[in-house]
Design a protein around this ligand. Structure first.
Ligand code: UGA
Length: 430
């Protein structure tokens, strides 16, 4: 099939490459000529394992192209997929201006019937509104499809090529059938439904996963007080198929560009129809507070006096295998430390630059490697569970730290590993 994807962010780029990989002819469009230029030179603007190689092989095979000429790309394709960002507005609602703009440009470029598909996460009712917007700018026939995306950063290729399910929200059977054909090579689990339900499935899924995380984080907080071990509690719960073992890792809370944005948006969506989503409000509140457990632990250790201490921070991205630091708990934790007179030394294997662009370069000591960050620090806080941190030699680490204090915000180490090394070790819910 001939497919055009508008937007070369995480979702657009990864989906485009994966549709090409299963044999389709794909053009990825972005209005940022610099990004397109990079991609055409074989450079990838985001860090995602496996992406660069897949782009290269599919370009070579002639199945994948990049352009900033939206009109030509739309004319070339039968299916146009919108995958532009829907960043949160200050009130938590999704900003739909990029989507609207894309829809108008597609409408103006149309040269015949198209299936216009929205992959971006949009509030319930948006696809219907977009259809009206497109109609007001073209006489050409088209069908609207809602195709919510469930890929995770860091395992985006795997998630797209082997998805748990594909959701197709459609008004008419023919367009739905074409989309089913397109996705058949990827999975048997294809749910075809109406457009509003498809839009809702995306928000409900992310809200549910966020709820699991906040739930286990609160259980962890209680475990600390009653002397239980949350990793064992989660394991014991997870064997129950009705509960499932995933997303029960306690830590410093979720971040990223999706859960924080989508939970706020769903609270808004509910509020707009006079429904207060009390449970989800609590999920967000718990998540916001969870990161401060790291600070509270430090304050307990240093008798409330952090001023003048040197604290090492390992990990800046919101999770491993990505350079994405959006809504990363590390942002607020480091800001709090800096505001309280702490000398912060930090290191992340890939997210230093992206962190600096959000946080600024001042006030923090940026280190070349993990040991350099730990050197002469009064305590070390581990905020992202990068594999290289788990492999570190604890005896070596103890030698470089001024005081052997380790706050493990992601339960990377187990207590047996740390016991006997002389570390004063704090983890989450154990
Ligand atoms: C999430 C969803 O998992 C995807 O299905 C969805 O497509 C995506 O949002 C989106 O809406 O675009 P992502 O944000 O990439 O994907 O990352 P996750 O792997 O889901 O992790 C989110 C956050 O939850 C991270 O900060 C992670 O550290 C945290 N987390 C995850 C936990 O604290 N504990 C867990 O057990 C799992």
């Amino acid at each position: 099939m001939n497919i055009t994807i508008i937007g070369t962010g995480y979702v657009g780029l990864v989906s485009g490459v994966c549709y090409a990989e299963i044999g389709n002819d794909v053009i990825c469009v972005d209005k940022d000529p610099y990004k397109i230029d990079m991609l055409n030179k074989g450079k990838v603007p985001i860090y995602e394992p496996g992406l660069k190689e897949l782009i290269a092989t599919n370009r070579l095979a002639g199945r994948l192209a990049f352009t900033s000429n939206l009109s030509n790309a739309v004319r070339h394709s039968d299916i146009v997929i919108i995958a532009v960002g829907t960043p949160p507005l200050p009130n938590g609602e999704a900003n739909l201006s990029y989507i609207d703009q894309a829809a108008i440009e597609i409408a103006k470029a149309m040269n015949g019937y198209k299936i216009i598909t929205v992959k971006s996460t949009v509030p319930v009712g948006t696809n219907e509104r977009l259809a009206k917007l497109i109609k007001s700018h073209t006489n050409m026939a088209f069908d609207s499809i809602s195709l919510p995306e469930f890929l995770r950063e860091g395992s985006a290729i795997q998630d797209t090529l082997y998805p748990d399910r594909v959701i197709i929200g459609a008004e008419y059977q023919n367009a739905a059938d074409t989309m089913v054909q397109l996705h058949k090579p990827l999975t048997q689990n294809i749910v075809v439904t109406d457009i509003r339900s498809a839009e809702m499935i995306k928000y409900a899924s992310n809200a549910f996963l966020a709820t699991k995380i906040s739930f286990i984080n609160e259980i962890a907080n209680i475990c600390e007080k009653v002397g239980a071990d949350v990793t064992k509690v989660a394991e014991g719960m997870g064997y129950d198929k009705r509960i499932g073992s995933s997303f029960l890792k306690a830590g410093i809370g979720y971040g990223g560009s999706c859960f924080p944005k989508d939970t706020s948006a769903l609270i808004q969506i509910a509020g707009n129809v006079d429904y207060e989503f009390k449970l989800l409000r609590s999920v967000v509140e718990v998540n916001q507070d969870q990161r401060f457990n790291v600070i509270r632990k430090l304050e307990t250790i240093f008798d409330g006096e952090l001023n003048g201490t040197t604290i090492a921070v390992w990990g800046l991205s919101f999770k491993p295998n990505t350079d994405d630091v959006r809504e990363s708990p590390a942002l607020e934790i480091i800001q709090h430390l800096v505001d309280n007179g702490v000398r912060v030394k930090t290191y992340d294997p890939v997210a230093m630059e992206s962190f600096q662009s959000l946080f600024g370069k001042e006030g923090v000591i940026w280190c070349e490697d993990a040991m350099e960050a730990a050197q002469d620090a009064d305590a070390l806080c581990l905020l992202t569970e990068w594999h290289e941190f788990a492999k570190v030699d604890l005896h070596e680490l103890q030698k470089v730290l001024k005081q052997p204090i380790l706050i493990d915000g992601r339960n990377v180490f187990n207590e047996e590993q740390v016991l006997g090394t002389g570390f004063i070790y704090y983890s989450v819910g154990r």
